[in-house]
Design a protein around this ligand. Structure first.
Ligand code: GDP
Ligand code: MG
Length: 597
């Protein structure tokens, strides 16, 4: 295909504005799939994505569009995730493109993620094409939202295309805009190959499959290619595009986006962000690649049954292969035994990983309460990074604790402004900027990351009836009065239940956890004392009273088979229990800390 007839683009949008629906429409319009193959939302291929209606991994599709000017165009588009937790994946997807469709819900208007993603695109010099979606809705107000895009995002939008991904109105016009407004790729076929690896994943039959964008040169099946970071050479078996079914084309030229399979058995052999070149006439320069992402939230993951430990290690290994942001290392807990300390981008990322481990790998897990990373200086002048409350040095050795602070951008309609400000104050936020754009208010807050990653997003949504939106990034570490609260069961400190919190919230949280634990821990043969303490100072306590004697009486005497049956029943009921000292603790108790934040 002639370069002037190629368009590489992404779709960026706030979550739920219709990106996936529009993607499917575009595929359908270009005949990528027969109607009967058009399972709902083709691009969201993982089960969990479909159920939760979110897009996690970037996916690409190549489409052929016969435009009104009589020419045929090759449209390569890369889907991007919409949730705050995955903004890193967005910038990765955009690296393969010259332009982006900015999809905005014409009823909802501009939201924080619209803005964040759009700025990422503009930073990367992409042409941004605004699209007003959902114009079929009675409450859609295209003119108002177009004005909002101009005021808040700062791009022209008065003649933005209006469409409904649901009914199909305006879809052809969207395709026309892609062709007319997004520039074709640059790049020279005759230069040495430089191909950027946008994504790599492991396929059981083909080995490693990589999604690449060819910056210059030509990638051909049958030739030899070199992975620039490792210097390893591989024979290229297959090269092609997704339509969305994989289609072998034998060659990818500069400016094109497609897949390459080269018999690589280990995913580390084709790392995301790396550059591929020819073995024979190699380029002497690698492409800039991607910024590394660091996990922001850490939690312990422990198999309920210790026999699953190896299985869990294996599963985490596989999941981390095409998820560079997932971190894990072995952890040994006094209460929970052998497991892993895992790092995630945010709570949603953590929930998804947990769900995949349980569903796809069939491992029952206990997850401990998530925590952010603290920087701790000790009296001996050393500095420590602490991602686990139980690893916090003893109080008398701590000089200062620094907590991570994020800069959060919040967009909210005026009528909900008061509620949102109240929430931000409650979460120890400091306002740094506020501006009115029509009915929308844009605010910037500095907030402790620990407060933001827990339930802030849900609280923000409920306090604004769904209208407020949020985007945030790490800003800096700040000295704060943080303390560790230990939870003791019958006098034993349970490492997996420790939490770090601001001193002002310690009593409240300690009390809440202790109360929650009393509800969750079943009564046993003896009283169980539950305490929350800072160092040796107990700040809250409660007791799970012992079972009354007449209830337990039937466990004694009687015939043996009945007793066995009873034991068996108890055993099944205990599946999700963990023995802490002589007390049975159910798995929910380990997350009680989270539920009370
Ligand atoms: P994404 O999160 O941006 O990928 O959004 P989805 O494509 O998953 O859409 C979110 C919701 O909006 C779904 O329930 C869609 O059915 C609905 N939706 C998408 N486009 C339209 C549209 O043009 N009109 C209407 N009425 N609903 C739409
Ligand atoms: Mg989606």
């Amino acid at each position: 295909m002639a370069k002037k007839n190629i368009r590489n683009f992404s779709i960026i949008a706030h979550i739920d504005h219709g990106k996936s629906t529009l993607s499917d429409r575009l595929i359908q319009h270009c005949g990528g799939l027969a109607d009967r193959e058009m399972a709902e939302q083709v691009l969201d291929s993982m089960d969990i994505e479909r159920e939760r209606g979110i897009t996690i991994k970037a996916q690409s599709v190549t489409l052929f569009y016969d435009a009104r000017d009589g020419e045929r165009y090759m449209l390569n588009f890369i889907d991007t995730p919409g949730h705050v937790d995955f903004s890193y994946e967005v910038s990765r997807s955009l690296a393969g493109c010259e332009g982006a469709l900015l999809v905005v819900d014409a009823a909802q208007g501009v939201e924080a993620q619209t803005l964040a993603n759009c700025y990422t695109a503009m930073d990367m010099d992409l042409e941004v094409v605004p699209v007003l979606n959902k114009i079929d809705l009675p409450q859609a107000d295209a003119m108002r939202v177009a004005q909002e895009i101009e005021d808040i995002v700062g791009i022209e939008a008065i003649d933005a295309v209006q469409c409904s991904a649901k009914t199909g109105i305006g879809i052809e016009e969207v395709l026309e805009r892609i062709v007319k407004q997004i520039p074709p790729p640059q790049g020279i076929d005759e230069k040495p190959l430089q191909a950027l690896i946008i994504d790599s994943w492991f396929d059981n039959y083909q080995g490693v499959v990589s999604l690449v964008r060819i910056q210059q040169g030509v990638l051909k099946a049958g030739e030899k290619m070199k992975v620039m970071s490792t210097g390893q050479i591989h024979g290229v078996d297959k090269v092609g595009v997704f339509t969305p079914k994989p289609l072998d084309t034998g060659v990818l030229r500069s400016g094109e986006v497609g897949f390459v399979i080269a018999g690589i058995k280990d995913i580390l052999g084709a790392p995301v962000g790396d550059t591929l070149t020819n073995a024979k006439d190699p380029s002497d320069q690698a492409l800039p690649g991607f910024r590394k992402v660091k996990p922001q939230v850490y939690a312990g993951m422990f198999p309920i049954s210790s026999e699953d430990y190896e299985k869990l290690r294996d599963a985490l290994g596989k999941l981390s292969l095409n998820d560079a942001s997932l971190f894990y290392e072995p952890e040994n807990s006094g209460a929970l035994g052998f497991g892993f300390r895992c790092g995630f981008l945010g709570m949603l990322h953590m929930e998804i990983i947990q769900e995949r481990l349980e569903r796809e790998y069939d491992i029952d897990l206990i997850t401990t309460a998530p925590t952010v990373i603290y920087r701790v200086t000790t009296t001996d002048g050393k500095e420590h990074k602490v991602d686990n409350p139980s690893a916090l040095p003893p109080v008398n050795l701590i000089d200062e604790i620094f907590e991570p602070i994020v800069e959060a951008n919040i967009l909210v309609p005026q009528e909900h402004l008061g509620n949102v400000i109240t929430l931000c104050v409650e979460k120890r936020g400091v306002q740094t900027r506020m501006a009115y754009h029509g009915n929308q208010v844009a605010m910037t807050y500095e907030l402790p990351m620990a407060e933001v990653v827990m339930d802030f997003f849900d609280r923000l949504k409920s306090t604004s009836r769904g209208y407020a939106s949020l985007d945030y990034q790490f800003k800096r570490f700040q000295a704060s009065h943080m303390v560790r609260v230990d939870i003791l069961i019958n006098g034993d400190r349970v490492d997996a239940l420790a939490l770090i919190t601001h001193r002002d919230n310690a009593e409240y949280r300690g009390r809440a956890v202790v109360d929650k634990m009393r509800e969750l821990i079943p009564r046993q043969m003896f009283d169980i004392a539950i305490q929350a303490a800072i160092g040796n100072h107990v700040i809250a306590r409660s007791t799970v009273k012992q079972l009354r004697k007449n209830v337990t009486a039937k466990c004694y005497g009687g015939d043996v088979s009945r007793k066995k049956k009873l034991l068996q029943k108890q055993k099944e009921g205990k599946k999700r229990m963990k023995q802490v000292g002589n007390v049975e603790v159910p798995q929910e108790a380990f997350l009680a800390v989270l539920k009370t934040s």
